[in-house]
Design a protein around this ligand. Structure first.
Ligand code: ATP
Ligand code: FE2
Length: 327
């Protein structure tokens, strides 16, 4: 193990806490995620408390899993944003403390770009159009001139948030994604508002309409219709972005990406265009520490450096603000 460049990454933008260790060659030596129990949605201060309580043990467990000691690490990386302020600050403070104590360089990295890069690493996708769908983000991006350009996105709530809020209103359990997916398998289609304006998606009207529809229709049917409508909107925007960006691969990223129906609909669109669909393994689709560690590696080895006092968190940090020096 001696001499290898290893990065420890800390993820803590929302209710999940992750610690990952990744080598410069892209080998994932550890990737541990601790999911906070969320009955009624995320309370930022409770999530921050959860992270503060469990981070030390998760870091120790990550080192143990990887079979390395703190002194064998070369770099500490953390998710600097975007995300919930209190959660981001816990991860940042912990990362700074570790870097100081062990005299290691520190890099704060962009959470959204990390989702894209871990997808490229684990699937071998080279230059994909990325469909990134999670609880807090819904973006279709493509690399052009040194940045991941956002070609389409939601103008209100994220797709995962739409499904989660629907599940919460109906008291189906949290997180809503897996529950709604399961119920939808036994559903039939009922019309719901489909809102795509240019390359913009809007999910808040769909959420309201679905909750209302559930007052008089079978929950399975509403789950099915919610998924069909929300995913079709996304696939439409992705298809137009694919043609516009002239990419030959599509990559799925984010926690909603584990949904089998969404994967199937994207696969259908891709096959019509003769492009390949890449689906990363489930453990790197949702929030995790390995993606932060890997983006730390890429950033550091392409020359990025940050002084400790410049590692403040960035709650709103857009994907296309990041200079992608490693490509
Ligand atoms: P981000 O900070 O990038 O917005 P996040 O905090 O939402 O990420 P992720 O782990 O990327 O975290 O995604 C979680 C989301 O994925 C939740 O909204 C959850 O409901 C959704 N999800 C999980 N499984 C499924 C599924 N089978 N179908 C649809 N959505 C799912
Ligand atoms: Fe995420």
């Amino acid at each position: 193990m001696s001499g290898e460049f290893l990065c420890l990454g800390i993820e803590g933008t929302a209710e999940k806490l992750g610690v990952g260790i990744v080598s410069a060659e892209g080998e994932i030596l550890a990737n541990l995620v601790r999911q906070m129990k969320v009955a009624e949605g995320i309370h930022p201060s409770e999530a921050a408390q959860h992270h503060a309580t469990h981070l030390p043990a998760l870091v120790r467990a990550g080192l143990e899993r990887a079979g390395v000691e703190m002194r064998e690490l070369s770099l500490i990386a953390f998710s600097r944003g975007p995300g919930l302020g209190p959660c981001l600050r816990v991860a940042a403070v912990a990362a700074r403390a570790l870097a100081l104590k062990h005299k290691l360089p520190l890099l704060g990295v962009n959470h959204c770009v990390a989702h894209i890069e871990i997808g490229r690493l684990t699937t071998g996708a080279e230059d994909p159009l990325t469909v990134y769908v999670s609880g807090g983000n819904t973006q279709v991006t493509a690399f052009a001139q040194g940045r991941y350009r956002v070609l389409g996105e939601t103008i209100d709530i994220a797709l995962g948030n739409c499904i989660d809020q629907f599940a919460r209103e109906l008291e189906l359990g949290m997180p809503g994604g897996p529950v709604v997916e399961r119920l939808a398998r036994r559903g039939r289609y009922l019309p719901l508002p489909y809102v795509v304006k240019g390359m913009d998606l809007s999910y808040s009207g769909l959420l309201t309409a679905a909750v209302r529809l559930a007052e008089r229709e079978r929950v399975e049917d509403v789950c099915f219709s919610l998924q069909e409508t929300a995913f079709a909107m996304l696939v439409e925007v992705a298809e137009r972005a694919l043609v516009q960006a002239e990419k030959e691969e599509v990559l799925i990223a984010g926690g909603v990406g584990v949904n089998a129906r969404l994967q199937q609909m994207l696969a259908g669109m891709c096959s019509e265009h003769g492009v390949r669909l890449h689906v990363p393994p489930g453990e790197v689709l949702g929030d995790n520490g390995a993606m932060i560690a890997w983006l730390g590696v890429l950033s550091y080895l392409s020359g990025e450096r940050q002084r400790l006092e410049d590692t403040h968190v960035r709650q709103r940090w857009r994907t296309d603000e990041v200079a992608v020096r490693w490509r």
